[in-house]
Design a protein around this ligand. Structure first.
Ligand code: NAD
Ligand code: UGA
Length: 451
């Protein structure tokens, strides 16, 4: 059993701390947000993450997991301290490191023994060296420490499973022994281990996120071509993905990537590249394609509503940036809703868990109790987040209750042919070829089809 302090109890800190406690370690989670700590101590989860509540409860009961606002308490016996604070987008896309700086300074001031400081937040290449300097300067008297970069690869919505079954764990440090010691915390997870230098570890994180974002923009670009040329991007992705060198994952065309990570991390990497005199042309294209993908949904709505969005009743299913989370940071769904509100539409929405956050962010949005209420009397319905429960809807009932049968499926959740049979004017993403050997009229009127 090792003694671990985790700074920050958001998606990464709370899951990591709870995961380490579940592996048998003694963990204290520290956060500067007193409400969050108070909630956690009452067993209330500040975030929605499948499987987390039960794991937190179990480990708090066993006495291996505690939460506090006090760094002194968190650092008291700790051998390892994980920095898991936010690194949001700053000016011009640069990562804002103010929370990392504050955490590093406080750790330096209050550490009482030898400590391994592990950076789990996603930070620009070179930040580990910078954190070492901060700690050295802020220590009232010199105490031994090492800094290790251990980037996190978990996804929201499956964070607990991802923590327990990582594809790999990466550790970077100038102090190889310290990196080795941190890697031993992950031993029981049986994941491939990469031990490297600190800058390489930091770059592995950005390169991984940027690569995944690139795959999404790639398939989104192909999806636009499919619409124009009468092909089906779902089948294209399947056909491509069966090649083992390509693989099936992250080839789902849709409304573009969102969330608290891809948008900011691609921007931050492009910023780093530009400030180091290189030309991140591919990353710039990835971002441009992603921006266009949201506009593309609006163009589809414009098209099905004959160019008139003002005063139309438009329903949106899903508000979170992806399924199985309540996170609305950089949510494409919310961005589409906002643009519709700005164009004078009456917009209503339903999301299984993200409505509370969304109502604060966009008060003009009328929230409904379920998906059927959203559809009632609507002129168009947009599928913006692919929650599983939307797959189970009685679509005949949905169709019957709408004023106009326009269905813009931003996540390709439904079978086009079935939707046409039900009487919907169905528009998926990249689905130029829509079944039964018939090419439907492509959007913007230049198709070769019969409908
Ligand atoms: P978050 O916003 O959910 O949580 C950050 C927490 O840190 C908040 O509770 C905040 O109150 C706390 N905090 C801020 N400053 C603090 C300080 N000085 N001392 C103590 N607590 C402090 O953020 P997150 O989504 O968990 O992301 C954290 C980092 O991990 C980011 O760098 C992010 O890019 C990276 N990351 C996130 C994910 C993800 O899925 N969310 C996955 C991998 C990596
Ligand atoms: C992503 C990465 O997948 C994690 O490995 C990483 O740790 C994390 O960012 C991070 O650094 O924070 P996350 O943002 O939680 O995780 O969710 P993803 O499942 O990657 O989805 C990101 C966005 O891309 C979502 O908006 C999702 O809907 C979209 N997406 C994903 C697509 O449009 N198509 C796809 O094929 C896959």
């Amino acid at each position: 059993m090792r003694k671990i302090c985790v700074i920050g109890t958001g998606y990464v800190g709370l899951v990591t701390g709870t995961g380490f406690a579940d592996l048998g370690n003694d963990v204290v989670g520290v956060d500067i947000n007193p409400e969050r700590i108070e909630q956690l101590n009452r067993g209330i989860m500040p975030i929605y993450e499948p499987g987390l509540e039960e794991m937190v409860e179990r480990n708090m009961k066993s006495g291996r997991l505690r939460f506090t606002t006090s760094y002194e308490e968190g650092l008291k016996d700790a051998e390892f301290v994980f920095i898991c604070v936010g690194t949001p987008e700053g000016v011009d896309g640069e990562a804002d490191l103010k929370y990392v700086r504050a955490a590093a300074e406080t750790i330096a001031k209050l550490m009482t023994r030898k400590l391994i400081i592990i950076n789990k937040s996603t930070v620009p290449v070179g930040t580990g060296d910078w954190v070492s300097e901060i700690v050295k300067r802020a220590q009232p008297e010199p105490k031994p420490f090492a800094v290790v970069s251990c980037p996190e690869f978990l996804r929201e919505g499956s964070a607990v499973t991802d923590f327990m079954h990582p594809d790999r764990a990466v550790f970077g440090s100038t102090d190889r022994e310290a990196a080795q010691e941190v890697s031993e915390l992950y031993e029981t997870l049986n994941a491939p281990i990469v031990i490297t230098d600190i800058r390489t570890a930091e770059m592995i994180k950005y390169a991984s996120n940027a690569f995944l974002a690139t795959r999404i923009s790639f398939i989104n670009e192909i999806s636009i071509m499919c619409e124009k040329m009468g092909a089906d991007v779902m089948e294209v992705a399947r056909g491509m993905g069966l090649d083992k060198r390509i693989g099936q994952h992250f080839l789902q065309a849709g409304v573009g990537y969102g969330g608290s990570c891809f948008p900011k991390d691609v921007k931050a990497l492009a910023y780093m590249a530009a400030t180091h005199g290189t030309h991140p042309e591919l990353l710039n294209a990835v971002m441009q394609i992603n921006d266009f993908q949201r506009k593309h949904i609006l163009l589809k709505l414009h098209d099905v509503l004959d160019g008139n969005i003002q005063d139309k009743v438009i329903g949106i299913l899903g508000l979170a940036f992806k399924e199985n989370t309540d996170d609305i940071r950089e949510s494409p769904a919310l961005s589409i809703a906002r643009q519709l509100v700005n164009r004078g539409a009456q917009v209503r929405a339903f999301d299984p868990v993200a409505m509370e956050h969304s109502a604060k962010s966009l008060p003009e949005l009328a929230m409904c109790g379920n998906a059927y209420e959203v559809a009632e009397g609507a002129d168009a319905l947009v599928i913006a987040t692919p929650w599983n429960e939307f797959k189970q809807l009685d679509m005949a009932r949905v169709r019957a209750s709408m004023r106009l049968p326009n269905l813009v499926d931003g996540r390709n959740m439904y079978d086009p042919e079935t939707m046409w049979e039900l009487g919907f004017n169905y528009r998926g993403v990249g689905r130029g070829y829509q079944g039964r050997g018939v090419h439907f009229k492509s959007e913007n009127g230049n198709g070769n089809g019969s409908h």
